[in-house]
Design a protein around this ligand. Structure first.
Ligand code: GAL
Length: 378
């Protein structure tokens, strides 16, 4: 009798297991469902957070942060997925791996966020930039990192990490601005968030503080313009001001030409695209893993002047970006744009979700409307 019960239990377990396995194999992804589990071709939830997408040939490559079960620190590195239709994704494995070398910039346990990859047509190399925080140093390092590969899916070779544009002032800083900076004395602005402090930040209080060591570089994206010039856009100056910095022709360094966007405006998570000659940027405020209201800016040139517009999101939870935070805008070959954001789950980071939504235009301005599900072909 005991044996019969054991045999029956084993049989039931086998049936349940195979049903689950088959369930995953048979379960086809039919549409994009923002905020839901997004299974890859193996039925595993895609693990590529804070990411970006590169199209190379007829294939899309999605790069993002590998997130672990219980920590947001990098235990694996940057992952890569590939797809032909933006719906079905194949796991290509780890594109850039963290190391086990003590003291290494990208040592396992560092913070490696918001990786983006661009292709350099001249060098024929794939260039990855990301936000890097050194292991055990919290968010104090505020560096960007650069890695390089011969193939889109990698492996990427880590090149270096550092702060940005040391010893260089923004392009718009001329005699008058530099004269004002000369007068700024940090000792007079010990109390933060006062109108006087805000004015001093706008005038360059933190630029001056970090002039020698290089400017802070946290949340970031990359953008390649139609003329092949590339730009690194990142939260700097204690996350108070965004910097847009031009890259060298090989996309591996800054040229030293950079501008500031929304000084003291406290923007993170920049995502940029161009539509009919106008540059649009969607950002978030600074509330860590908690969602907040998206912001939007536009400019006739990458160098500005940048004008702020109201939140482009529409629908339930539009006032908190549908519970997410912007990471990238993917422009398709036909000119349509897809807004990509992350719904973070800091207590269970691996379970963080993706929001992909089409960007529509209303009265000449981008609008991101919530949809439970949609298809690229819609
Ligand atoms: C967010 C940022 C994320 C991550 C997080 C850490 O504001 O966009 O990339 O750095 O803070 O708290």
């Amino acid at each position: 009798m005991k044996n019969l019960i054991r045999f029956s239990l084993a049989l039931i377990a086998l049936m349940v297991t195979s049903a689950t396995v088959c369930g995953q194999q048979l379960q086809d992804v039919l549409s994009i469902r923002p905020g839901e589990i997004w299974p890859d071709e193996n039925g595993q939830h895609i693990n590529a957070h804070g990411g970006g997408v590169l199209k190379y040939g007829d294939t899309y490559y999605w790069f993002g942060e590998h997130k672990a079960e219980h920590t947001s620190s990098a235990l694996v590195g940057v992952t890569c997925y590939s797809s032909k239709d933006l719906l079905h994704w194949r796991n290509c494995g780890v594109a850039l791996s963290v190391t086990d070398e003590p003291g290494d910039d990208i040592e396992r346990g560092c913070v490696l966020e918001r990786p983006k990859v661009i292709y350099n047509k001249v060098t024929k190399k794939f260039c990855m930039w990301f936000h890097l925080e050194l292991k055990g140093k919290g968010y104090n390092a505020a560096r960007y990192g650069v890695a390089l590969a011969d193939r889109p899916e990698g492996p990427y070779k880590f090149l270096y990490s550092q702060r940005a544009n040391a010893g260089t002032w923004p392009m718009e800083f001329e005699k008058q601005e530099l004269a004002v900076i000369d007068t700024l004395n940090a000792a007079n602005f010990k109390e933060g968030w006062t109108p006087a402090w805000r004015k001093a930040v706008t005038q360059g209080l933190f630029l001056k503080r970090d002039f020698g060591t290089g400017q802070m570089s946290r949340d970031m994206t990359l953008y390649v313009d139609d003329d092949g010039k590339a730009y690194h856009i990142f939260s700097s100056e204690d996350n108070l001001t965004l910097h847009i910095a031009e890259l060298t022709a090989d996309y591996l360094h800054h040229t030293g030409r950079y501008t500031r966007l929304s000084p003291a405006g406290h923007n993170e998570a920049p995502a940029i695209f161009k539509h009919d000659g106008t540059y649009w940027m969607i950002t978030s405020g600074c509330t860590g893993w908690d969602p907040n209201e998206a912001r939007m800016f536009s400019a006739p040139s990458i160098w500005g002047p940048w004008t702020q517009h109201p939140n482009p999101c529409r629908g339930p939870k539009a006032e908190i970006t549908f519970g997410g935070q912007s990471t990238f805008v993917l422009t398709l070959d036909d000119g349509r744009n897809i807004f990509m954001a992350d719904i973070w789950r800091p207590r269970h980071p691996i379970d963080a979700r993706y929001i992909w939504l089409p960007i529509e235009f209303e009265d000449g301005k981008p609008v991101v409307r919530w949809r439970e599900e949609w298809k690229i072909s819609d």
